[in-house]
Design a protein around this ligand. Sequence first.
Ligand SMILES: NC(=O)C1=CN([C@@H]2O[C@H](COP(=O)(O)OP(=O)(O)OC[C@H]3O[C@@H](n4cnc5c(N)ncnc54)[C@H](O)[C@@H]3O)[C@@H](O)[C@H]2O)[C@@H](O)CC1
Ligand SMILES: Nc1ncnc2c1ncn2[C@@H]1O[C@H](COP(=O)(O)OP(=O)(O)O)[C@@H](O)[C@H]1O
Ligand SMILES: [K+]
Length: 490
Amino acid sequence: MSGPVEVLTVEETYRADQAAIQAGVQGFQLMENAGRAVAEALDKRMERGCVAVLCGPGNNGGDGWVAARHLQRKGWQVRLASMVDREKLKGDAAHHARQWHGTVEELSPAALDGADAVIDALFGAGLSRGLHGAVRDVVQAVRRRRVPVFAVDVPSGVKGDDGQTLGDVAVEARATVTFFRKKPGHLLMPGRKLCGEVILADIGIPQNVLHDIVPATFENVAALWRARWPWRRPDTHKYDYGHAVVFGGVEATGAGRLACRAALRGGAGLVSVAVPSAVLPVYATGMPSLITMALDGEEAFGELISDTRKNAFLIGPGAGVTATTRWRAESLLDTGRAVVLDADALTVFRDEPAALAAAIRGPTVLTPHEGEFRRIFPDLRGDKLTRARKAAYATGAVVLLKGYDTVIAAPDGRAAINTNAPAELATAGAGDVLAGILLGCLAQGMAPFDAACAAAWLHGQSAQGFGPGLIAEDLPDRLPTALRQIEVQS
Ligand SMILES: NC(=O)C1=CN([C@@H]2O[C@H](COP(=O)(O)OP(=O)(O)OC[C@H]3O[C@@H](n4cnc5c(N)ncnc54)[C@H](O)[C@@H]3O)[C@@H](O)[C@H]2O)[C@@H](O)CC1
Ligand SMILES: Nc1ncnc2c1ncn2[C@@H]1O[C@H](COP(=O)(O)OP(=O)(O)O)[C@@H](O)[C@H]1O
Ligand SMILES: [K+]
């Protein structure tokens, strides 16, 4: 299924290229392999016809000249348009441009006439400013004409490091062929959408160049944490898989119930819900495997958390933005045991990231959506990956910043981008289910970064294939199927 777990920044990609070259791989050979991979990707996916190959001034353009040569050989009619005179090209790009024996057109919308497909080899990793002038006109024309685009490395106008567009125009590709490892921009929005299908090509960079690069960003595939998934072992009993506690709401009871069911399905040995006795029946009904605990007053709360067998807590869903929620959240964090802070238990720290950081002692995961994140960290700027990393570093917690491109960041700098969540998850209560799965993972003793990655993946996986009509209640009961995929999916 999906490929390697490591994701490289633009700078790390350049280092990988350089390390390969130092190890004896010729630069022009890397470019040859890259361009050939692009040609093959297009040739495999479309009927042969006319292709416009748009080449930029750098090495991305160089890949284009190579692709043009291979496509012509395969029988495509090729129109090559270059941003700059061939004589002005340098290095490997100049070398490959000399191997092109067809005509060379000036870059203009006219170069697209008759094209059934476009190869976007204008800018890749080296994009340093927004598109303007002739190149902007051509990209706009490509968009208008809706010709399928195959982008080289990244769609021109998209930044490899964060998936944001530089300037106001960017290529929207049907497929993007990239090399050796993906970049964050292939996975983060809007880059992910603009890339279309991402095809990873091996261009001969040896795997061992990663030893020196030590990547800190990953795609959240099961291979990232599978080795540490707490499979049931024969010589164990339920207490070996933890005792999770959900602090349920009084008025909003659905959120806590969804989380409890997800924690049970996610594998926690025992799950208790702690709520005032008046609402206990609401939680008990329909979920006999759930332990219900009456929580009437703060003394009962103190007693409950003093039981050290209860090793993972979830507070927030349905909790209410109240002083009690804040006080309880701080008390739970103070135990040093595993805590998930979600929803209202995040909002109670509005504008107070320092107070939150000061309260965190043990394995903690914060699960904000963008709105909750902004409330706690109004001063953190930048792309999603950067902001999640900064928040994790500032608080000492693992931060799971939700959305189509959920980012999970650890205080030590590691970060994973989740890619399996279908948009049907945009439904009330989906976040409560995620918090419950995560609680289950933590109760079973997973380290918080692994637990958060596993939970995000299982959440996405359990929603896969359902299609329109998905509601949060559907998710927990689809977890067993998702769990079986852990071993299957790479
Ligand atoms: N050995 C390597 O380094 C390899 C690199 N490869 C290709 O090389 C690409 C990176 O090449 P480069 O570093 O040359 O970068 P690019 O080809 O992406 O662009 C760099 C050039 O464009 C100019 N530029 C940047 N933004 C501009 C804008 N908005 N308007 C006008 N000019 C602009 C820069 O000044 C520079 O001349 C990768 O994306 C990949 O496609 C592949 O050939 C594989 C091997
Ligand atoms: N467009 C989307 N595509 C994929 N996943 C999404 C999308 N929108 C929301 N989600 C996921 O669904 C969950 C919603 O959580 P949240 O916003 O807290 O809602 P709620 O509190 O109603 O459950 C998160 O896991 C989020 O990542
Ligand atoms: K490109």
